[in-house]
Design a binder for this molecule. Structure first.
Ligand code: DP6
Length: 352
């Protein structure tokens, strides 16, 4: 029987505090602005992926949550091609290595997110896929180098290769070689950061991120101001606030950036809506709580959907969760408390 080589890994989700929204190159997923995120660790928020290669496999196959998915799409194909090319160069240098680059792949990927949450699934998914295959191929590439590959699967996935506080530097080169994720700080540098994931709606979003951001980039007059003036300044100040553990500044900017991201969505033609009335209630409540406290107790952020992620410091957890739970008892997800995650663990390669 032909030998099967395999490697498994898990990848966490990341939730942006300075949003990626807009591509300057849709094929390479090169963004129009740099972004910042926090990688979250929570038992119910990760993708588990196993990649296997064997001479006996007849075609590349991907099973996502038990359903066979296409591997011929541009995004997955781009990741597989890059990883195979890196493996091939190892095999060329050392002919005693098994020729895994010529074998077909079987990839099994499971998300254990509450399906209702619809949170950052492509980010964790592509990060896990790239890491599992890189481990299977025993590639020496760093997380930063792998992030350039994951980026081609889904832009935000490049940030899930790192734990802690992560920047995706947009880069300048046309080939995307300098558009990759770097770590700003580790999870232990600012360990008392917490997040709560509030499930506002289980419905699938009507406009995908990919489509929504293209509409905005093409049609929103505010968008140009955002990417040229607002984000570059915010990127510097937010990075510094993380290094200084300055929650006041970090929280203010996180909320302001979520609001501006949704503002450029509304400024698009046709307008793109992601938040609903419950989302807006969460915003009003947090603003009130912060106002009453005279400081930023919690910061909200919303991605391309109505679900809220709140960032706060551990010491404020009783206030944040207590008050909000009392005000919004029907929201799901009060139990979805997350801490800041470590990096994607290296998977274990094994031969069978
Ligand atoms: C609002 O990374 O899902 O979550 O690159 O087209 O796959 P593609 O888009 P994706 O967009 C994420 C958008 C966002 C903001 C962010 O995560 O930075």
């Amino acid at each position: 029987m032909a030998k099967i080589y395999s490697a498994s890994t898990t990848a966490p989700v990341n939730i942006a505090t300075l949003k990626y929204w807009g591509k300057r190159d849709t094929k390479l997923n090169l963004p129009t602005n740099s972004s910042i995120s926090v990688t979250l660790s929570q038992d119910d928020l990760r993708t588990f992926t196993t990649a296997a290669a064997s001479e006996a496999f007849t075609k590349d196959t991907l099973w996502l949550n038990g359903t066979e998915e296409s591997v011929t799409g541009a995004r997955t194909s781009a990741c597989l091609a890059e990883l195979r090319a890196l493996r091939k160069s190892l095999e060329d240098a050392d002919p005693s290595l098994p020729p895994l680059s010529t074998y077909k792949l079987h990839i099994v990927s499971e998300n254990n997110f509450p399906t209702a949450a619809g949170l950052a699934s492509s980010a964790a998914g592509f990060a896990a896929l790239v890491r599992a295959i890189a481990d299977l191929y025993e590639l020496p590439q760093s997380a930063e180098e792998l992030s350039r590959i994951a980026r081609q699967g889904s832009g935000s996935a490049c940030r899930s290769l790192f734990g802690g506080y992560v920047a995706w530097e947009m880069g300048e080169k046309e080939d995307g070689s300098d558009s990759r994720a770097v770590q700003i700080a580790t999870e232990t540098d600012w360990p008392d950061m917490r997040a709560a994931i509030l499930v506002v709606s289980a419905k699938k979003k009507e406009t995908s991120s990919t489509t929504g951001m293209q509409t905005t980039a093409k049609t929103s007059p505010l968008f140009k101001h955002r990417v040229e003036v607002v984000v570059p300044e915010r990127f510097k100040v937010m990075s510094k606030s993380i290094l200084d553990k300055d929650f006041e500044t970090f929280g203010q900017l996180t909320m302001a950036d979520s609001n501006q991201f949704h503002a450029v969505c509304l400024d698009s033609s046709p307008p793109v809506f992601y938040m609903n009335d419950v989302s807006r209630n969460v915003i009003s409540l947090i603003e009130k709580v912060n106002n009453l406290a005279g400081r930023v107790v919690a910061a909200y952020t919303f991605d391309a959907g109505p679900n809220a992620v709140l960032y706060y410091l551990e010491k404020d957890e009783p206030i944040v969760l207590g008050l909000l739970k009392a005000a919004l008892p029907d929201l799901d997800g009060w139990q979805n408390k997350a801490t800041v995650s470590a990096a994607v663990p290296d998977g274990v390669s094994e031969d069978m």
